[in-house]
Write a protein that binds this ligand. Structure first.
Ligand code: PHE
Length: 353
């Protein structure tokens, strides 16, 4: 009897090890511990045993019964854990709204092409050690003009048709306006840091202009400044070429022409070879083969002074990148007015939708 019990247990052990799922384990349990189970039957037959036998076999049988119970529970827990892990492996749930909605045909927000380019350029400049600054859309005439070497009687003010505010002046009597360029951030950036430094300042600019395919009243610029000792025009060209190469992911040909801006001396217009026609001439480059992308120059000493920097000790360069034109070049957009149209057929063509 004793041997029979032990044999039974051994058999159970070898069987339970092979079980693969809950149902198999539960069947096996029934085979041993159920009403007609092997162990139950054996225990029933104890009735006929002698008192001596019962003394030995009784505890042994109970012990085996406990062990079988225990092993069954262990095996069930083991299988359950395995099944949960398998399920987790198989069903990775994407909790981000964007991807989970994609397949269901729902629209979800994406980035505007100007934002995409702006962020790309920010990353490029951050990797070259530039800070990224912000500035107010509503400016005073000191920051937008005077500090940039454009006093109120300067004809250069006519270059930028300005939206003026007619209400409050600043405490020092300056009028308010919607900034006409991001250059208004130059002095704010200079007075808040000590040279050497480099920063960019992207944002919207506003001009009271008649709109057409290449002009908008609201447009985007990205200002840049680098101030230090012995900075040269070749430093300027190097940074500009690096920037254009990174944006267009290929080497671009550039040329410098003299350009007039009161806050730089010398001032340049940096053109790049038209990528649409490869320099042969098309509507985007107005048949010239070159596209004007980057007004720039060496910072005028008066501007450095307005920024509380000694022009005898330091110099630097500044540039003002037109973001809209760059976006148009990169994506082959022929009319700037698409950018602010809010037309979903237009914006949904870009990344993120
Ligand atoms: N602020 C100028 C413009 O909007 C561009 C510029 C910036 C030119 C910096 C030179 C240096 O036209």
């Amino acid at each position: 009897m004793k041997e029979k019990l032990e044999e039974l247990y051994k058999k159970f052990e070898s069987q339970v090890a092979l079980m693969k799922n809950q149902a198999e384990v539960l069947n096996l349990k029934a085979e041993y511990l159920g009403k007609k189970g092997a162990l139950t039957e054996t225990l029933k037959s104890l009735k006929q045993a002698t008192v001596e036998e019962k003394k030995v076999i009784g505890p042994l049988a109970n012990d085996i019964k406990d062990k079988v119970q225990k092993q069954v529970s262990q095996k069930l827990a083991e299988i359950e854990k395995k099944e949960i892990n398998q399920k987790l492996e198989k069903s990775k749930i994407d909790i981000s709204f964007r991807d989970s909605m994609k397949d269901k045909g729902h629209f979800h927000g994406g980035l505007h092409p100007v934002t995409i380019i702006q962020q790309e350029i920010e990353d490029i400049f951050i990797s070259m050690g530039f800070d990224v600054l912000d500035g107010p859309h509503i400016e005073d005439e000191f920051h937008n003009f005077e500090a940039l070497n454009i006093p109120s009687d300067h004809p250069a003010r006519d270059m930028q048709d300005t939206f003026w505010f007619h209400d409050d002046k600043t405490p020092d009597g300056k009028r308010h306006l919607l900034r006409t360029h991001t250059s208004s951030i130059q002095v704010r950036g200079m007075t808040s840091r000590k040279p050497p430094f480099r920063f960019i300042a992207p944002g919207k600019a506003f001009r009271c202009e008649r709109t057409d395919a290449s002009h908008e009243m609201v447009f985007h610029q990205l200002e840049g400044m680098m101030v230090g000792k012995d900075i040269s025009v070749s430093n300027l060209i190097y940074f500009m070429k690096t920037l254009l190469r990174e944006i267009f992911k290929k080497e671009v040909e550039v040329r410098l022409r003299p350009g007039f801006f009161p806050f730089v001396e010398p001032g340049f217009e940096l053109d790049m070879k038209c990528l649409i026609c490869g320099g042969k001439g098309c509507s985007v480059c107005k048949q010239t083969g070159w596209v004007e992308v980057l007004p720039c120059g060496m910072i005028h000493p008066n501007v450095l002074k307005a920024g509380k920097i000694d022009p005898d000790e330091y110099n630097g360069f500044a540039f003002g990148l037109g973001l809209d034109r760059l976006v148009m070049m990169k994506y082959g957009i022929e009319d700037i007015r698409h950018l602010h149209s809010g037309d979903l057929r237009f914006v949904s063509q870009f990344r993120g939708f």
